[in-house]
Write a protein that binds this ligand. Structure first.
Ligand code: MRU
Length: 344
């Protein structure tokens, strides 16, 4: 059976560097920018030209290739020391998505063992990370869709599609696969304040001709109460070893509301999103972004006494999650022991 059309690619590697689709400009314009240094890649991540946990990790891996190219040309004898600053710069770009640190660790292993042609070896690793992400997403699509038989409606939050990954998507990958198997009503939240749902998710689904309905974040509970959705499906930026899940701000509220209304809750994420070194969700660093992303222009004056608190992720406790889907299998009613089954 052919897979659902999946046309969007946020990252493209070429001889002239890493082409990054500027997601700040979507859906008004489709513009790729070329990054030629690790610093430019870090800035693309910080400014959210590229965003979504897996895509951030993939971009960082290519950023290491760019750094190696520059540092090795600068001094083939000491490039390993020189590249440390670039790794630090990439690691400092955003704090919550653990895929960033996971990808940098994988690249660091190649840095330490590379012999001749380190740039070629690093590029092969970055491409392997990129390609494995797409195939994991397709596999998770099938695993997650198996839970959705009979479901008429699905609600998703933020953007977890091709734009947020190497391609196909995590939560949106499950939705793509499920939609291919049987038409369903797909609802996407606006995802205030950055509007990943309103600007990205519905754009991406429209590109691939998958019908969807956009709702205001505040309409989600009414949607559940009306019985229009049987599942909420989201991605993750970091999953603690006990299954607590950090994801886009508002995810926690959706999980609480879903439990209240008897709606089931699914998290879809590759193994690279699981942080085995973090026992509990309370230990996950939550990024707070500039209040300017939230405040109306009229309050951005020196004389204004109004500020804004802008945490961009929250943590959903494991007990509110019905199932976590990874490429290595699924974990129902996640807890520390059940999570461990993924690696044993
Ligand atoms: O701030 P963003 O847009 O990078 O946040 C993205 C999310 O929260 C996604 O749900 C998460 O990264 C999973 S993407 C497959």
């Amino acid at each position: 059976m052919s897979l659902t059309v999946d046309t969007v690619r946020p990252l493209q590697w070429g001889d002239d560097g890493l082409r990054v689709l500027d997601q700040r400009k979507l859906p008004a314009s489709l513009v790729y920018e070329n990054c030629q240094t690790a610093g430019e890649v870090a800035e693309a991540i910080r400014s959210m030209r590229v965003r979504g946990a897996p895509a951030i990790g993939i971009a960082a891996a290519y950023g290491v290739v760019l750094a190696a190219r520059e540092r090795h040309a600068q001094d083939p004898a000491s490039w390993r020391e020189l590249i440390e600053g670039d790794l630090e710069c990439l690691a400092g770009s955003r704090p919550t998505a653990v895929n960033l640190f996971w990808a940098l660790e994988r690249m660091r292993k190649v840095i330490l063992t590379a012999t001749e042609e380190p740039v070629g070896q690093l590029l092969a690793e970055a491409i392997a990370i990129h390609e494995a992400d797409i195939s994991s997403n397709r596999h998770m699509g099938g695993l997650g869709a198996a839970y959705l038989e009979g479901a008429q409606g699905i609600l998703t939050h933020c953007n977890t599609g091709s734009l947020a990954t190497g391609g196909y998507g995590t939560a949106l990958g499950v939705i793509r696969t499920a939609y291919r198997q049987a038409a369903k009503s797909i609802y996407a939240t606006e995802t205030r304040p950055w509007a990943q749902g309103a600007r990205l998710t519905v754009w991406e689904l429209n590109q691939d001709r998958i019908p969807a309905t956009l709702i205001a974040d505040s309409a989600a509970t009414l949607l559940m109460k009306a019985g229009r959705v049987q599942w909420v499906i989201v991605g993750a930026d970091r999953i603690a070893a006990n299954g607590d899940t950090a994801n886009k701000i508002g995810t926690y509220a959706l999980a609480v509301a879903a439990r209240h209304h008897g709606v089931r809750f699914m998290v879809v994420a590759p193994m690279s999103t699981i942080d085995w070194n973090t026992a509990h969700g309370d230990d996950i660093e939550i990024e707070e972004r500039d209040s300017k992303e939230l405040l109306a222009d009229s309050f951005l004056t020196q004389s204004s006494v109004i500020t804004a608190w802008n945490p961009v992720f929250d943590v959903t406790p494991a007990e509110l999650i019905d199932v976590i889907v990874t490429e290595k299998g699924t974990v129902e009613k996640p807890n520390p022991a059940a999570m461990q089954q993924l690696i044993h």
